[in-house]
Design a protein around this ligand. Sequence first.
Ligand code: PEP
Length: 252
Amino acid sequence: MIMRMKIVAGNWKMNTTVPEGVELAKNVLAKVSEKPSDVKLILGVPFTHLAGVAEAISGSGIGLAAQNCADKESGAYTGEVSAAMLKSVGCGYVILGHSERRQYYGETDERLVAKIALAMKEGLAPIFCVGETLEQREAGNHFSVVESQIRNVLFTLTPEQAASVIVAYEPVWAIGTGKTATAGQAQEMHAHIRKVLAGRFGDVAETMPVLYGGSCKPSNAKELFACADIDGGLIGGASLNADDFLAIAKSF
Ligand code: PEP
């Protein structure tokens, strides 16, 4: 049996000032020994927080993620932050394709193809987000929507590159709403995602972590993480509290 990495990744979104964020990272660090040793923690923090958080968690084994990167390598792109910059500040991961970026900032599959290639070039592991809206689920299109998000972007990678990708299934209707997918709904989609990945990447798909995201919290993490194809969580709101974040990491 293949053992996939277990991951609990926080997505702080646009929350906390730099001092507050560094304090939160230190609080997570102070409790890190409480989690099982085979669970990897990752903190997805705003760009402004990366240097301070990198210093705070240095040498701890906690991973550092940015929440986006530019679709260009370098140059006259005011306001953008490149994959190389993220690498140079100590990031190991970058969240790409989050539904909030797709919904509010016009993130397209085409841009994501460019972003993921640049992340790969820098050796950053993408946390690639997919998920359907409520309307798409109610129309019965959730499997095909998620499949096309994967095909349009991840299928541009080689199996060697795909081996470093973490997929996050985040039903849009469950993000920040307090509504969680049932363990049955999540497992069914995760199994579908793995089947789609296997169709392109073969055995590598068995090693790719697929995380669940959407109102995951200490009270529901255990049931979700017990599912065969759920390898952990991408945690929004509950990652802003060190105790809740660690409680989730203890839910495997
Ligand atoms: C997210 O946006 O990645 C997320 C899962 O948010 P929340 O946990 O707050 O629903």
